[in-house]
Design a protein around this ligand. Structure first.
Ligand code: UTP
Length: 458
């Protein structure tokens, strides 16, 4: 057994769990590097890893119906419910009770972009990054509602420093630094097919971020949740970094959430087609609301249609949620409820015998929508897909930079047209800065769009 003063217990634990191969390069490491390796090992929960390796993913409960959903406003009654919710939500935001929370710790492997995904330049005319667009929206909402909406940004070990530097080098895009909270999520080791830890370097093991579901825990462990409580924040508006169309502060959504006294509220869009790879909102037999992943939806339910021929399980999850701060505290502090880990086979780079090679590994992640059934009260609100959802997942084709830019431009054209503003024929590329408008009513009707090919309205 290796020896290092002060770390006896940890070293014994590593050997007891048959993971001593992590000391393969021990003899070559300096004392400082040995200390680093031991520090890296010290935050590993070896018992948890053992459990994760042997657990069987629980069989998906198939006793469920479509979740009840607040529909798009059609009837007069629905329209007035929307108006009332909008007023309640706006008053609530004005009182400074809402924080915006983006999860940006993912690795963006499908996109293949080097660096934090939030730094991806997406603005069709402005070339602004996803982070800048989100930050400017939050600045605009803060001005509109005469408050300071805190902006919470969850990163992971691999992109934390770059993200923090990006915000500080850009003066937080106009936000006050004390309103921006950048904190990393937790990491969990990946394992090889035999359940062994994998070395990434001679002095560190391979770890992956613990999934977007890790965000609730990270809010707690980072101390941000406590700071939100001190600031009087009651509701956390959660979204993903790769959706430039997200309505970060939506008064009607917030109003419905507050009026219902919900722990979690979620936005849904109608599935675009039967096989679309989105999770759907359901109500389980016991009454709780949840999301069933597309791959877990039984064939019968996938094809199930109502008397009008519409898909019954059609409320697609777009990962836009409101979380009650108190509820997050309950889940994150592990007070009897916790999110489960899911296991996925993924390629990882392993250092063995002096060389690094790609191996088939096991990664463990938590999913944020697993929090839904833990809530006492949920709301699901249907929204219009092209108004609020433009995911950037792939380098090209479906859900790519190009498709998201087109959706952004379509939206901005629609907003201008709705305000009676003429767009010159010559204008091919058009974008409205969030600082100018986060909704059509923010646009001045006497605005004149210049007769140019590329127009940025700021
Ligand atoms: P995705 O599941 O789309 O993952 O994350 P990704 O990392 O962006 O891309 P792929 O799957 O590797 O291609 C959805 C959202 O959840 C965040 C991402 O940053 C994105 O905003 N996320 C995901 C985290 O914050 N942490 C994670 O561990 C995983």
């Amino acid at each position: 057994m290796i020896d290092y003063p002060g770390y006896d217990h940890l070293i014994r634990t590593v050997y007891e769990h048959n993971q001593e191969h992590v000391f393969e390069y021990w003899d070559e490491l300096s004392d400082a590097d040995r200390g680093e390796l031991l520090d890296d090992l010290s935050d590993i929960d070896f018992d948890l890893l053992r459990k994760l390796l042997s657990f069987k993913e629980s069989i998906q409960d198939t006793n469920f119906d479509p979740a009840p959903c607040i529909p798009l406003p059609g009837t007069e009654r629905e329209k007035s419910a929307y108006l009332a919710a909008g007023e309640t939500g706006a008053a609530y935001v004005r009182k400074g009770k809402v924080a915006a929370f983006v999860v940006a710790g993912g690795q963006g492997s499908r996109l293949g972009y080097e660096g934090p995904k939030g730094m991806l330049r997406i603005g069709p005319a402005s070339n602004r990054s996803l982070f800048q667009i989100h930050a400017e929206k939050i600045l605009k909402y803060s001005r509109k509602y005469n408050t300071a909406v805190p902006f919470l940004i969850m990163t992971s070990r691999s992109n934390h420093y770059e993200t923090a530097r990006y915000f500080s080098e850009n003066d937080f895009f106009g936000l006050s630094p004390e309103d921006v909270f950048i904190f990393p999520q937790n990491m969990i080791p990946s394992l090889d097919a035999e359940g062994k830890l994998v070395l990434e370097t001679r002095k560190s093991v391979f770890k992956n971020p613990d999934g977007h579901g890790g965000s609730l825990h990270a809010l707690h462990t980072s101390g941000v949740l406590a700071q939100l409580k001190n600031r009087g924040i009651e509701t956390i508006s959660y979204f993903q970094v790769d959706n430039p169309l997200v309505k970060i502060i939506d008064p009607a959504f917030i109003g419905f959430h507050v009026m219902a006294g919900a722990d979690i509220s979620s936005k849904a869009v109608k599935k675009a087609y039967l096989g679309e790879k989105v999770g759907v909102f359901v109500r389980f037999g016991g009454g709780s609301i949840g999301v069933v992943e597309y791959s877990d939806l039984p064939e019968g339910k996938l094809h199930d249609r109502d008397e009008n021929g519409n898909l019954r399980f059609s409320s697609g999850n777009i990962a836009v949620h409101l979380f009650g701060r108190e509820f997050v505290g309950r889940v994150a502090s592990g007070a009897g409820i916790a999110l489960p880990f899911h296991r996925a086979r993924k390629k990882i780079n392993a250092l063995r015998g002096g060389t690094t090679a790609e191996i088939e590994g096991l990664k463990f992640e938590k999913f944020v929508f697993d929090a839904l059934p833990l809530a006492d009260k949920n709301i699901v609100l249907e929204v219009v897909r092209e108004d609020e959802f433009a995911p950037v997942k792939n380098a090209s084709g479906v859900d790519s930079i190009e498709s998201a830019q087109k959706l952004m431009m379509d939206q901005h054209r629609k907003w201008l047209a709705g305000r009676g503003i003429r767009i010159p024929k010559k204008t091919r590329i058009i974008e409205i800065s969030p600082l100018a408008a986060v909704e059509p009513d923010d646009i001045n009707t006497d605005l004149v769009v210049p007769d140019e090919e590329r127009v940025y309205i700021s």
